[in-house]
Design a binder for this molecule. Structure first.
Ligand code: BGC
Length: 500
């Protein structure tokens, strides 16, 4: 670990400052996170009675019957109920593979515009749906939009940002995700009383605005100098670099970008290249980071907070309000990550966040185990229910300043230019696959594993902390095209990376 610090000290430092131009660019680009966040928020919410009666009458009847089930842990278990909502993640698993080709060949900006537009059309189609076909096509288009956005935006941000602030600017993306989730729960909260179809048409249609913001915003943005160089437009790339760094003195950084783009031009098949031995650290991290991010169990809270709080004894409206509360905590705690990530580093946040999650989730699991036992029948006193709410908020906060943002930041900054796009595609595809699996499997798992399910997630949180300790080096303040020195200084990965 000491070696890593040395590597950073010896690493390159480029001139330039943080210009208002680069800040605005990154803010606009980050709005791409809104569409993903909004969908996470929608996932647990499109199942209003009107909606189910109209499109899924058999699910509606089944759900009504299942609510009478005896076992408290199994009340809400219905595969049918979740299959529709999680269909968005199926599309988002596949889309990044195509997005990575667009991002490599036509630029990060093109993928962002496409993502916003497809999402826009999908939202309109869904909210105007007259039949199930329209609804499902709309939903799949939303997934395609998210797949394109999540593949391209983090890469765009990491390439645009000056090294010393790369973490913070990249986390604008996670900030937009959390704002999207909060907006979605507020929209649902305020439209849940609207009678008839508007209760579901309005929230689905509202998403169109977010898609439009992303598409129009991206239209105004320049592409990154890194991408422009791969197209051989050296003069244009240098001019842009000078503009975003606010200085004429960009020669050192430009040289590094140039070298990286020459190396990238030589690679014919980035998918093959990322599986080669010399790219083993990036390949492994782009697989394990999304895997572990989802196995923190965060989406159990994001998707099922109202159900969870109801089970813990909160009334209907109090349960919805508690979900809004976790949404607010999520946004505020992301700010903490923005402020600290380039000072304390990624590893510190990874450790601190995981330890806090382990403590909070273990305590909640023990509390539920003691009160609800293995039948799921029981109750919390008001003090206990409030304590559970506090612990869940502390758990969300821990995720929001660690694994949440770092799950998007780290994969986008560790890959060399020639495999950056595919590395991020792997990250997004796996993230969406796991999100799908958790959404689909959680209610059944809760039914079978009971309170033990929460210990299941704790087990993964322990494993991911060990993994970070041994295999994830610190990348703060290391220039993105100079990351090789980090692997070269790492006790395990150094043997995989060739000398340079
Ligand atoms: C994760 C999502 C999660 C969200 C919560 C993101 O980083 O990828 O799955 O719902 O954070 O804020």
């Amino acid at each position: 670990m000491i070696q890593e610090d040395n590597a950073q000290r010896e690493g390159k430092k480029y001139g330039g400052k943080v210009t208002p131009f680069v800040l605005v660019i990154c803010l606009v680009a980050a709005t791409g996170g809104l569409i993903f966040g909004y969908d996470v928020g929608v996932t647990g919410a499109t199942t209003s009675n009107e909606f189910l009666r109209k499109f899924f009458p058999s699910v509606y009847i089944k759900m009504k019957c299942e609510l009478d089930k005896e076992d408290g842990y199994c009340k809400y278990d219905s595969q049918m109920l979740t299959l529709f909502t999680s269909s968005i993640y199926m599309a988002a698993m596949v889309a990044p593979i195509f997005a990575s080709s667009v991002t490599t060949a036509y630029g990060r900006r093109t993928s962002m515009i496409l993502g916003g537009l497809v999402f826009f059309v999908g939202s309109l189609l869904g909210s105007a749906a007259m039949n199930i076909q329209m609804l499902i096509i709309g939903r799949l288009l939303l997934g395609v939009g998210v797949g394109f956005g999540n593949q391209s935006v983090p890469v765009y941000l990491s390439e645009m940002a000056p090294t010393k602030l790369r973490g913070a600017l990249n986390i604008f993306f996670q900030m937009a995700i959390t704002v999207g989730i909060l907006v979605s729960s507020l929209v649902h909260y305020s439209t849940s009383n609207l009678g008839g179809d508007w209760g579901w048409r309005f929230p689905l249609g509202f998403a169109a605005i977010l898609g439009l913001i992303m598409a129009l915003g991206s239209l105004l943005l320049p592409d990154t100098p890194n991408f422009i160089l791969t197209k051989g437009q050296n003069g244009k790339a240098k001019e842009l670099l000078q503009k975003i760094r606010g200085t004429e003195e960009v020669d050192d950084e430009f040289q590094e970008l140039f070298k990286a783009s020459e190396a990238a031009k030589k690679v014919e098949n980035p998918w093959k290249s990322i599986t080669e031995r010399r790219h083993r650290p990036q390949f492994v991290l782009c697989i394990l980071i999304p895997f572990f991010q989802q196995l923190t169990g965060i989406n159990v809270v994001m998707f099922y907070a109202p159900v969870l709080f109801k089970t813990l004894g909160f009334g209907d409206r109090a349960a919805l309000m508690s979900a809004v509360l976790t949404g607010i905590v999520n946004v505020l705690a992301t700010l903490v990550a923005i402020l600290l990530v380039d000072k304390l580093g990624r590893r510190f946040l990874f450790f601190q966040g995981a330890i806090q999650m382990i403590i909070c989730q273990t305590t909640v699991a023990v509390m539920i185990g003691l009160r609800y036992g293995s039948t799921g029948e029981g109750f919390f006193t008001t003090t206990e229910a409030n304590m559970a709410l506090f612990l869940i908020c502390a758990y969300v906060a821990a995720f929001a300043w660690s694994w949440g943002p770092l799950g998007w930041l780290v994969p986008s900054e560790i890959c060399p230019l020639e495999i950056r796009s595919v590395g991020q595609a792997i990250n997004v595809s796996l993230n969406m696959t796991l999100t799908f699996a958790i959404n689909q499997g959680f209610l059944s798992m809760l039914c079978y594993m009971k309170f033990g399910l929460f210990f299941f997630f704790v087990l993964f949180q322990i494993m991911m902390t060990i993994f970070i300790y041994f295999f994830v080096p610190e990348t703060k303040r290391v220039p993105i095209e100079d990351m090789k020195r980090v692997w070269k200084a790492h006790w395990f990965w150094q043997d995989f990376v060739p000398d340079y």
